[in-house]
Ligand binder design. Sequence first.
Ligand code: GLA
Length: 391
Amino acid sequence: MNVLIAFQQCFNEQPTRLGRAPGRVNLLGEHVDYNDGLVLPAAIDRAVNLAAAPNADQIITLHALDLQQQASFSLDALEKKIDLNGDPLPEWALYPAGVAWALQEARLPINGMRVAFSSDVPIGAGLSSSAAVEVGFGMLWQSMSAWKIPALQMAQLCQRAENAYVGVSCGLMDQFASACGVEGHALLFDTRSLKWEPAPLPEGTAIVIADSGVRRSLTHSGYNERRASCEEAVRLLQQYLPNIRALRDVQTTEFAAYAPYLPEVTRKRAEHIVKEIHRVESAVSALRRNDRQAFGALMYACHNSLRNLYEVSTPELDTLVSIARKLPGAIGARLTGAGFGGCTVNLVEAEHADEFMQGLQENYAREVGRQAQAYLCKASQGAQAVILSSG
Ligand code: GLA
């Protein structure tokens, strides 16, 4: 959908700003960003597009074009999470309102605006549609203000919005990837030191995303529960390893020694994290040697761990991975994002990508009885806002 034209239709005038913020796919390092681990996401060529114009007052008016819904609220009453009629904000509006709240909290002054926006990042599919909305709005506000902050800080403020305003205890990976994406590259991000660098994908490979078409409810509570289990594991392991601050600090040998003292569910969750952080380290050296088979094997191992230990997979995602393994050109496959439904990410030999996607869709339709959307994904640059005219 062309948001520029839609803006003109909604507001009867021209927008003065355009914004774009991509979703992301994560190649490896799942659920480790809230355990101080390393992650390897890439911004994708699916994004939230926004058209906007400033308001002289404190009023925000939003048109969510895909949902065909509107909301208006005041920057003076963000804490209340209500619209101008005093009704609770619809869930989708909490993300922009949360970003406004986080910017205000960081003492970055913002003004009212009118915005029309649309997204082709599938919602609830593990491709960070919410982070894209947050970062897109953050960039719009920045483009209308006198302040400018680094992309990583913008990501942190958007994470704060999601944690403290929307109520999801997410890590920083999604907002980071949307804000800092580099075209044609994955991003190796250390969520403890916050250092990152672009990482080229193995030569001759392509990324295929496959959407299982299944969304599970209770994603937010399941996610918050996983995070709480990790915190519990750190608390319990500190009895034996007093210097650890996060599961990042636990070596695999130490984990083997003390895991028997953890309750079963906590042990399984922590085992995934400790080994997954290790897998990302191995993947980085596989990338440096251009050893794509080793990289792919780590992706399969990650999926098994998410299924058996972290328990965030679904039968449909498991089917997509087991079909992928047998197809020509497959190098690695696993569920991507938080899980509980959504998508798999597949690393495939570029020359076999078309055949791979066709095989995946045909077999999935036969085995599961529903359609999987498969698409080639290009790693894209991070969020941007452009100024069309002053004001
Ligand atoms: C969601 C969260 C991220 C991350 C992933 C799992 O996408 O927003 O911070 O924890 O799940 O890796």
